[in-house]
Design a binder for this molecule. Structure first.
Ligand code: GLN
Length: 195
């Protein structure tokens, strides 16, 4: 759990609920921890601040390496911006360039700072109620990207192999279906390693 800034405690609690007794969540504020982790969560918050800490501590490079070797990454809201390949407008930081998407910050406008929406997500059955807070959206994506949920023309949940990017805040609701996808990804990697 990347814990420099943002929705850290909410994510730790939500992941704790999803995990039960099956594992633990570690808060990452310095280098050397990510290589030991089975999965990495990047929270929502302020993408400029999170990106600055990732660069300063070397944790960003560690995440890049982990992602390249198949470690599952779940990036939410500002986290999605940080792991993207491209941000539409100019920013004071370079994204990590992991997820092959083009992201628009504050895509739903400042007048609609936060809102909730019922999303149809492939494979979920009943809709997923998502909380959006000054949310980004995915406005373009590469061939390897699976779009899991959309609002109009915008993608708001995407997956590319071991990477999952969500424009909303899955840690703020009791519905843990996205956390379960992420945990399944972690278990699949574990199985690959053992065989
Ligand atoms: N708008 C924020 C940013 O650009 C993201 C908002 C959020 O993570 N809730 O970093």
């Amino acid at each position: 759990m990347v814990a420099f800034q943002g929705d850290v405690s909410e994510h730790v609690q939500a992941m704790g609920r999803a995990l039960g007794d099956e594992g633990s969540v570690v808060e990452v504020r310095k280098g050397g921890i990510v290589p030991e982790c089975d999965g990495v969560i990047l929270p929502g918050g302020e993408s400029t601040t999170i990106a600055r800490h990732l660069a300063r501590t070397g944790v960003g490079d560690e995440i890049r390496t982990a992602a390249g070797s198949g470690t599952p990454i779940m990036a939410t809201c500002a986290g999605l911006i940080v792991i993207s390949k491209e941000i539409v407008e100019e920013t004071r930081f370079l994204p990590l360039g992991l997820l092959d998407v083009r992201v628009l910050r504050n895509a739903f406008g400042s007048q609609r700072e936060s809102f909730e929406a019922d999303l149809e997500v492939e494979g979920f059955g009943p809709p997923y109620r998502a909380v959006f807070i000054r949310a980004p959206a995915v406005v373009g994506w590469g061939d390897e990207i699976d779009v899991l949920a959309r609002i109009g023309d915008l993608a708001v949940a995407v997956r590319e192999r071991n990477l999952i990017g969500l424009a909303f805040h899955p840690e703020l609701t009791w519905d843990l279906r996205f956390h379960e996808i992420f945990l399944d990804m972690i278990c699949e990697v574990g199985i690959d390693v053992r065989h």
